[in-house]
Design a protein around this ligand. Structure first.
Ligand code: HEM
Length: 498
């Protein structure tokens, strides 16, 4: 069976070119060359996969692609952006290593240089060459990545952000409890369901990232919505969302340059260990943190909760204390990774993978979910770290990013399952998937919540202050005690650093 609707190849129309160059526009109105232009010998030609088209069975998509194409598939990432999708664990690990013939710098993108990518390409919006770690190689990448790692680590230590996660989770659960009581008092037989994506996972992640970056929770919520639009790759809307996000961050960078606070933007603008970032660099790097952290962490939580609610044995083990939250997070990273597919490398030297000849300047994406499935088929256990959910190599998710996501997801699961009985409010097969080829998650996760029992010490805890002024400049050079020393007991136990 082919579970993919419309994976039939063909030449999609080309729209308006990016930028104002009339020559580019003229070229962009020409049809693209038939795809793939450089197929090596194959007995049965297989058409490129259109990754942006809805599929009948998303659960079978990656298996089907691996079985049909092997290590690599010719792919349309959207109606205008063609390239190659790596599908095996081995090919992705190899491509993510710094010595491989792939670059993270969008300047290599041949179709973009030749004016073949229109403004309405959602993929192009995600891959605009910003001044941030994700889009640079070599020394520039090392500077950007080093600064981000230091900023995150510094704030984790200093602000005790992770220590606060548990309190924020209990505050949200207390809100659900109040709403439930109000509904019952108003005469409803069944209180309204709680949406664990919008009302819980998203808000918990947003609050933590807002503290790190320097936004208020309301600002983070707005930026988070813009970010979702970018990840979903909606043509036009994605570009509008990025423009809005860039304007917000530029304004905040301007303010933090004059009045530093204890947040990532201020740290980058006043870095004492390396040349400080310009305002534009600091804004782009902060946008990267939001892009990299917000949706993936929200849906790591969502996918963990989905797993626990649809696998009664897993949920019961966790409640009884037999299950381990870390194992749940890891199982989800293997079997339902929130970042399922990620475009963002370019071929630097012609070479062959499987049946195909990749040419310099071709766009490449990583089929992370497909690669993990090929590992899982080898009886991978929930304790493995070999999955590619965090990426790997020089551009893999920084340690601090992984720690933040793991602690937020762990606390979300631990606090909710300990506080109230939960039941899906709709049949498991009616849960709506998020329409994104990058993010693997749900649009909503509605549950009926039973009576809430909060640990007494937690119910009355106030929310800690969002951002504390730090005096003249953040003390980047004065390192606080290590993460292990500063983390709260829960986070420390979760990360295994007790
Ligand atoms: C479940 C949550 C998360 C997942 C699944 C995830 C996954 C990933 C993956 C797969 C990459 C590699 C991208 C590539 O090779 O092109 C990456 C990079 C990155 N992640 Fe995460 N991430 C998560 C959370 C976070 C958080 C919370 C932060 C920070 C607040 C963060 C910061 C970053 C940064 C800065 C990069 C780019 C690193 C570079 O290019 O050098 N991530 N992440």
């Amino acid at each position: 069976m082919n579970p993919l609707a419309g994976a039939s190849g063909g030449i999609p129309p080309v729209g308006r070119a990016v930028g104002g160059n009339p020559d580019r526009r003229r070229r962009a109105s020409l049809p693209l060359a038939p795809y793939p232009p450089n197929r090596c010998s194959m007995t049965t030609p297989v058409p490129p996969v259109k990754l942006y088209e809805p599929v009948e069975r998303p659960d079978l998509r990656w298996k089907y692609l691996r079985e049909t194409y092997g290590d690599v598939a010719p792919a349309w990432f959207d109606p205008y952006a063609r390239g190659w999708l790596l599908l095996s664990w081995e090919s992705i690990r190899w491509a993510m290593q710094p010595a491989s013939p792939f670059s993270a710098d969008p300047d290599h993108w041949r179709d973009m240089r030749e004016g073949l990518i229109p403004e309405s390409s959602g993929t192009a919006v995600q891959l605009i060459r910003r001044q941030s770690a994700r889009f640079r190689d070599g020394g520039e990448h090392a500077r950007y990545r080093g600064a981000l790692q230091d900023a995150l680590q510094h704030l984790i230590d200093r602000n005790r952000v992770l220590d606060a996660v548990e309190r924020v989770a209990y505050r949200l659960i207390a809100e659900f409890s109040r709403r439930r009581s109000d509904d019952l008092a108003a005469g409803y037989t069944y209180p309204r369901p709680v949406d664990l994506i919008g009302d819980y996972a998203r808000r918990l992640t947003g609050t933590v990232l807002a503290r790190l970056v320097g936004f208020t929770a309301a600002e983070a919520d707005r930026i988070g919505t813009l970010m979702e639009t970018v990840w979903d790759g909606e043509p036009h809307l994605a570009m509008q969302a990025w423009t809005q996000l860039a304007e917000d961050l530029a304004a905040l960078a301007e303010q933090r340059a004059r009045h530093p606070q204890d947040d990532v933007l201020s740290f980058l603008l006043h870095d004492r260990d390396r040349p400080a970032h310009t305002r534009a660099e600091a804004a782009d790097q902060t946008a990267l943190l939001f892009a990299a952290g917000y949706d993936p962490t929200t849906h790591l939580i969502g996918n963990c909760l989905r797993e626990l609610l649809t696998d009664p044995r897993m949920g019961a083990d966790l409640r009884s204390g037999l299950g381990d939250v870390r194992a749940v997070v890891n199982t989800v990273q293997v079997h339902r990774p929130p970042v399922a597919m990620l475009p963002g490398r370019w071929v630097t030297a012609d070479h062959t993978i499987g049946h195909y000849r990749l040419r310099g300047g071709d766009l490449v994406g990583f089929g992370i979910a497909a690669a993990n499935q090929s590992l899982a088929a080898r009886e991978l256990t929930s304790s493995t770290n070999a999955h590619l959910g965090w990426g790997t190599g020089g551009h893999g998710c920084p340690r601090a990013g992984q720690d933040i996501a793991t602690v937020v997801a762990g606390a979300a699961v631990h606090c909710l399952f300990g506080a109230a009985p939960l039941r899906l409010a709709v049949p498991a097969d009616a849960l709506p998937d998020r329409p994104s080829m990058v993010i693997n998650g749900l649009r909503e996760l509605p549950v009926d919540l039973g009576e809430v029992h909060l640990p007494e010490s937690r119910a009355a805890l106030p929310e800690p202050a969002a951002v504390r002024p730090s005096g003249p400049a953040p003390a980047a050079a004065t390192r606080s005690p290590s993460l292990g020393e500063r983390l709260g007991g829960f986070a420390r136990a979760l990360l295994g650093r007790g």
